[in-house]
Design a protein. Structure first.
Length: 110
């Protein structure tokens, strides 16, 4: 693997990986804090940085079947959440291309 270039964000609130403090998103990127992850509360973001996407997989969730990709931190490889690739229910189409990050795996960086 070659060099990994990380993006450093600016903003009032910066969400970072809890393990290595790599910047992931700002509060301006948050669409909703009303999502459920594997470990409890999760946030839906319209944009994230410094993540690597895993392979596509179909996952049954509380809102139905979705095709998703797990997202990993570029620095420490921690799985932080997932990106919605496809929603099979019309009510969930707005999630496509959006990223869910587990709040327990995030810290606020300054």
């Amino acid at each position: 693997m070659g060099l990994i270039y990380r993006t450093f964000l600016e903003g009032n609130v910066i969400y970072a990986c809890s393990k290595c403090k790599t910047h992931l998103a700002t509060d301006d990127f948050v669409l909703s804090k009303q999502f459920q992850g594997k470990y409890g509360q999760a946030y839906l973001f319209h944009q994230v940085v410094n993540v690597i996407q895993g392979d596509e997989q179909d996952r049954a969730m509380t809102t139905g079947l979705h095709t998703i990709k797990d997202v990993h931190c570029t620095k420490c490889d921690t799985i932080l959440g997932w990106i919605y690739v496809k929603a099979y229910n019309d009510d969930n189409k707005y999630k496509e291309g959006k990223c869910v990050l587990e709040s327990k795996l995030l810290v606020e960086a300054h």
